[in-house]
Design a protein around this ligand. Structure first.
Ligand SMILES: Nc1nc2c(ncn2[C@@H]2O[C@H](COP(=O)(O)OP(=O)(O)OP(=O)(O)O)[C@@H](O)[C@H]2O)c(=O)[nH]1
Ligand SMILES: [Mg+2]
Length: 386
């Protein structure tokens, strides 16, 4: 399954139905008073967060959504039927921006949560409404109000308590496999992980947290090197980062320098993320005797002047993993909530490089090709439900 976390869509609410011009007709009263009813309200377009979706990939195939228009009013004071709402299902963690104004419209964090993104037009008044003492037979009725139309940017930002960062091959995926039921691929080459994975880490019944594994970062990630930093947006909602470090890199690289590389890329992506509490977790300690692990860790901690917590684990054998998970769980109780999404697209846009745009569903060609369909859809109330 493909993982798409940025899309743009067009939504149009239904226009309101027109009011009716009608007069009562009865056998013995041929010139009855006005009885034209009001039009029905147009349908809204509504986003709804649902369980079980974890990508925006469906929106590559359908980008235009139209709610039903309201029906016209009728004689005998009958109000027109309201147009049906168009309900669009999105994954939990979807952040919604207005593409034109850049304004944050909403953040759908819980199953069942709804957000009206385009309001249907009001039904027009029928001629009954215009009856007065001076005009007892009005021939006027109101057309329905226009439905709102908007272009939206949807951004999926996974909801996790804890995020894993580190170079490729540090053992991030092996770690999430060791502590949760998540089963991302593990291999001895870089960029094995191509999209984020979530795992639930259960300490004991009713005590658990959600951990996110994202693709590895390398030097220059902020400029798009490797898989770039675009997946870091999935860590923006975490409260704690685990910085996984290979204590014995095969390439013989300097471990302290490897830590700094990740710190630099984090800082270039977002100052807020760089300032998030971050623990150093040395991995692969099964590769050397305990004394050597101790000595190396001490040297690296000193070289970095590291003040935050430090752990040593083997994701492969599971050594130290359970203890670390418990520490995380209890630390989370005292850590502040992650900040809400940025109020505007402008602020939120860091991290999306042109390459990422291509990968992530910013397909401007497709978009233009859709323009014709769009006008056609506008008049078409018979959109298939998704
Ligand atoms: N000996 C040993 N090998 C490990 C350990 N953890 C991971 N590895 C190995 O390191 C390699 C990389 O592991 P992954 O879990 O795929 O690394 P990753 O950080 O997810 O890598 P990317 O997805 O490419 O960013 C694999 O060959 C793993 O088997 C460990 O604790 N000990
Ligand atoms: Mg991986």
């Amino acid at each position: 399954m493909r993982f798409i976390d940025e899309v743009k869509i067009k939504v149009a609410a239904g226009h309101g139905g027109a009011g009716a011009v009608s007069f009562r007709r009865e056998k013995f009263a041929p010139l009855g008073g006005p009885d034209g009813g009001d039009g029905g309200k147009g349908g809204d377009v509504v986003l709804e967060a649902v369980d079980g979706l974890n990508t925006l990939v469906d929106f590559r195939y359908q980008k235009n959504f139209q709610a039903e228009r309201g029906h016209g009013g009728q004689g005998r004071q009958k109000t027109g039927r309201a147009g049906a709402d168009k309900v669009i299902q999105v994954p939990i963690g979807t952040v919604v921006y207005d593409l034109d104004t850049g304004e944050l419209l909403g953040d759908l964090r819980e199953a069942g949560q709804r957000l009206v993104v385009a309001r249907g037009g009001w039904g027009g008044h029928g001629n009954l409404f215009y009856k007065s003492s001076t005009n007892r037979a009005p021939r006027r009725a109101e057309p329905g109000g226009e439905g709102e139309a908007r272009e939206l940017r949807l951004e999926l930002r996974l909801l996790a308590d804890v995020g894993l960062v580190g170079l490729p091959n540090a053992g991030k995926s092996t770690f999430i496999r060791a502590v949760s039921a998540a089963r991302p691929k593990v291999a001895d080459y870089p960029f094995t992980t191509l999209y984020p994975n979530l795992g639930v880490v259960s300490i004991e019944p009713h005590k658990s947290f959600v951990l996110a594994d994202v693709p590895g970062l390398i030097e220059g990630a902020a400029e798009g090197a490797g898989l770039g930093i675009r997946f870091l947006k999935h860590l923006t909602r975490t409260r704690l980062l685990l910085h996984l470090v290979d204590i014995a890199p095969i390439d013989g690289s300097d471990v302290a320098e490897n830590v700094r590389t990740i710190e630099r890329e984090l800082a270039r992506y977002s100052a807020a993320l760089a300032a998030r509490p971050r623990w150093l977790v040395f991995n692969k300690i099964d590769l050397m005797p305990a004394e050597e692990v101790e000595a190396r860790m001490a040297a690296i901690v000193q070289a970095l002047d590291w003040q935050e917590p430090v752990y040593a684990v083997s994701a492969a054998t599971g050594a130290g993993c359970r203890e670390l998970s418990e520490r995380i769980y209890y630390a989370l109780e005292n850590l502040p909530a992650a900040p809400p999404p940025e109020e505007s697209l402008e602020e939120a846009d860091w991290g999306t490089t042109p390459e990422a745009a291509e990968e992530g569903g910013w397909e401007d060609e497709d978009w233009d090709a859709d323009e014709d369909d769009w006008d056609a859809d506008w008049e078409d109330d018979t959109h298939e439900p998704r």
